[in-house]
Design a protein around this ligand. Structure first.
Ligand SMILES: [Zn+2]
Length: 755
């Protein structure tokens, strides 16, 4: 999630690392193969996409049993309809009665929200037999994932596909026998149609075209959580990136696009090798998907056609997906204990790139804004409960709170130690499933500090601190001044232990006087001794703390409407018939959080705007438009019958779509938004695009698609975290805070790295 660019593709181009499936297995399987043990598969696969079928022989080697016995009973689960038969003499297979697995809503394995058809088998092995072979064949055919407006916040998922447009098989497809939540190593030999390519984890060791078929072999000696088989009619590009092979597979040949990604792969691998330790795989491949996606798998990423051609992806989502090879797809996540990898990846990719651009403060502000707007008291979860994002609220915690936690840890231990911790954590935990506790141990061992309390308050406790400043006084004190102030933590529950950053603007000083004060109780009275007279104090001016923001710290923005519990949407009864119908269709498909109560009415049906809920006004013809005009006045924006000028860009009634938010004129806690467009053809596109610009106050679009031409945030007019002190007699009036000391990014990127 980035502050400056919030776009559908970027939101979608997020990782899909392998979700642990022990949730499912715990329901009925006896644990015979331990989750810590490794099973080896030697798979030979013939793909027949025309018929949606595959034929497989799998030579399976189980780990040595802890307690050898005469015969051994194991259970595995396989996609339904594949009719497995043993090829090894003495091995018996018995199908078990359970036909389907109940699938949790947030699981990788949901098949269009219904049940994935699976079969469970018992396999009886003669004494001493550790390796046995199975043969199976059949069809795997599931619908492509739906792409609804909700997809802005969640990941469209596919349980498995095998068709002429491509193949997508993962552990969640159960296209190979899965015993438990085990780790695997594998070799994968695939026979496929002549013009096809397939990609899996690890290294490609065979690639040849013989007669009418292509033969490909992938090998993964490194342990993995899944076996992927992904591909289709693709054109391949590659170049060496040091010891690693950079690869690109495109559905439509496009050498310039391929070259851009090959070069970016080289650059980002170099960057993260230097920062964290060597990349753990022999190749990294970008694979163009047959549906719009943004998945990060071990040693490859699967991006949709539109996504990968958006110009900003190469320096936003792409490094995020590459970095997942260290976090999530290199060091695996013990998902039962909470998913730490999204926050760490977002911090070291998205936030790191914003630091290079000088916009890290705005990025953190937007992160806190999303948490404040989307996560209510009842929808909050601790980081230990975050598995994968399936809503704006879960993303605000699992990505946002977690990345702020890593930012605070970095402030606490310093940049050098922070980097050493990351390197040690990676080195010690590669190819293992670990929890936040492994991170705690890495921090504790590098710094020598006991990190239990800080991990406990941010990882296992839901919620966030809320700060207030009060009773600030200034007195002359010897040669200088004495500033005293009171800070309160006003959130429910116990105090957080915080290091509060403070910036004081002093008379005659070009840079602010900066310090941090420790706060361990709910109230802190502190005294600062200052060399010259202070005229302004800013608490946490660069948003270094994870905290719930004050309403006044957040400009009106679309997040406040998308995240609101109660929303009224008012359609313009006075609009022309065709436009009215278009607006009504748009309203019915309008994005909303699942917990939101959205009421749609015509504007003529109500007398006055309610003050107890967020309100969308649609249309230039809306009878409540004067309320918007009034509320725009503090920002110096004039709205006329002909149009409006935003950030210097003129938007006309006839040619543009306007989306803007203001504070409710009679209740500043509520937000009012106005959406207006005369071009009926652009309405569906507008509905798809607007949710991707959540943290913005205003937007302008042009054309039928429509294309965004202006976006921005209103300024924060008065923050309760800033206190303006009485100026000394005769001193010039000053309001804007003095500049803060420049900060250094975690690492500096060479100019060759796209950022
Ligand atoms: Zn991710």
């Amino acid at each position: 999630m980035t502050a400056s660019v919030a776009h559908k593709a970027q939101c979608m181009a997020r990782c899909l690392w392998s979700m642990g499936l022990s949730l499912l297995f715990g329901l009925f399987l006896p644990i015979l193969v331990s989750a810590h043990q490794v099973i080896r598969h030697e798979l030979h696969v013939v793909l027949q996409p025309d018929h949606h079928t595959l034929q497989v022989t799998d030579s399976i080697t189980l780990p040595e049993p802890l307690h050898p016995s005469d015969t051994e009973l194991q259970y595995f689960v396989l996609h339904a309809g594949l009719s497995p038969l043993p090829l090894t003499s003495g091995v018996q297979l018995v199908r078990q009665p359970t036909a389907t697995l109940p699938v949790p809503g947030d699981s990788h394995a949901s098949a269009g929200g219904t049940r994935l058809p699976l079969e469970r088998y018992a396999v009886m092995l003669p004494a001493g037999t550790r390796t046995f072979a199975l043969q199976y064949q059949g069809a795997i055919r599931h619908a492509a994932p739906p792409q609804s407006p909700q997809d802005a916040w969640s990941m469209p998922e596919n349980s498995g596909m095998l068709a002429t447009e491509g193949v997508y098989l993962s552990g969640a497809t159960y296209w190979y026998p899965r015993f438990d939540d085990e780790l695997v190593t594998f070799t994968l030999d695939v026979q496929l149609p002549l013009a096809w390519e397939v990609v899996s984890q690890g290294e490609r060791t065979r690639h040849e075209r013989v007669n009418e078929a292509t033969y490909v072999r992938w090998e993964s000696p490194a342990v993995q959580e899944d076996v992927y088989l992904v591909g289709g009619p693709l054109t391949e590009y590659r170049q060496p990136a040091g010891p690693v092979q950079a690869m690109v597979f495109l559905r439509t040949p496009d050498a310039p696009v391929a070259q851009k990604y090959l070069d970016a792969t080289t650059q980002y691998l170099g960057l993260y090798n230097a920062l964290l330790g060597p990349y753990p795989y022999p190749k990294f491949a970008l694979v163009e998907n047959s549906w719009e996606s943004g998945y990060g798998m071990p040693s490859f990423t699967l991006l949709g056609s539109k996504v990968l051609r958006l110009p900003f992806i190469v320096s936003s989502s792409y490094p995020h997906e590459i970095l997942h090879n260290w976090w999530g797809n290199g060091v695996f996540v013990d998902v039962q204990q909470g998913n730490w990898c999204e926050g760490l990846t977002a911090y070291l990719a998205d936030h790191l790139l914003q630091e290079q651009r000088g916009s890290a403060t705005a990025y953190r502000h937007a992160t806190l804004q999303r948490y404040t707007d989307y996560v209510g008291m009842h929808s909050d979860i601790p980081l230990t409960a975050f598995r994968t994002r399936h809503s704006a609220a879960t993303a605000a915690v699992g990505y946002g709170k977690a990345l702020m936690f890593f930012h605070m840890l970095r402030q606490q231990v310093g940049d050098d130690a922070f980097i050493k911790v990351l390197q040690a954590f990676y080195r010690d935990n590669l190819f293992q499933r670990v929890s936040f506790d492994a991170l705690r141990r890495a921090f504790a061992s590098v710094t020598g500090e006991d990190m239990s309390e800080v991990f406990q308050q941010w990882v296992t406790r839901p919620g966030a601190p809320e700060l207030r400043v009060s009773t600030t006084t200034v007195q002359p004190d010897g040669q200088g001044y004495r500033l005293s102030a009171v800070l309160d933590q006003v959130q429910p529950g116990p105090a957080y232990r915080l290091q509060i950053p403070l910036a004081v603007s002093l008379q005659g000083q070009e840079l602010a006087w900066q310090t941090t004060v420790p706060m361990a109780e709910k109230r802190l009275e502190f005294i600062l001794r200052l060399p010259t007279q202070p005229w302004r104090v800013d608490v946490d001016p660069e948003f270094d703390l994870f905290r719930r923001l004050h309403r006044e710290e957040i400009p009106p923005a679309l997040t406040q409407l998308f995240g609101a519990d109660k929303v009224l949407l008012l359609l313009p009864a006075a609009a022309a018939t065709e436009l009215k119908q278009g607006y009504r269709r748009l309203a019915q498909a309008w994005p909303q959080a699942s917990s939101q109560a959205l009421e749609i009415r015509w504007d003529q049906e109500i007398e006055a705007l309610p003050t107890d809920r967020a309100v969308w006004l649609f249309g230039w013809e809306n009878r409540f438009l004067p309320e918007v005009t009034t509320a725009l006045a503090p920002y110096g924006v004039g709205l006329t019958y002909e149009g409006v000028r935003l950030n210097g860009t003129p938007l006309t009634r006839e040619q543009h779509a306007v989306v803007l938010t203001v504070r409710h004129p009679r209740n500043p806690q509520q937000t009012l938004a106005w959406v207006a467009i005369q071009n009926v053809a652009a309405l569906p596109g507008l509905g798809r695009k607007v949710p991707h610009y959540g943290t913005y106050s205003f937007l302008g679009f042009a054309g039928d698609e429509p294309v965004n031409i202006v976006k921005g945030q209103w300024p924060v007019l008065a923050s309760p975290m800033s206190v303006l002190l009485t100026p000394a007699p005769g001193s010039p009036p000053q309001e804007a805070a003095t500049q803060l000391a420049p900060r250094h990014p975690l690492i500096s990127l060479p100019s060759s790295v796209p950022h």
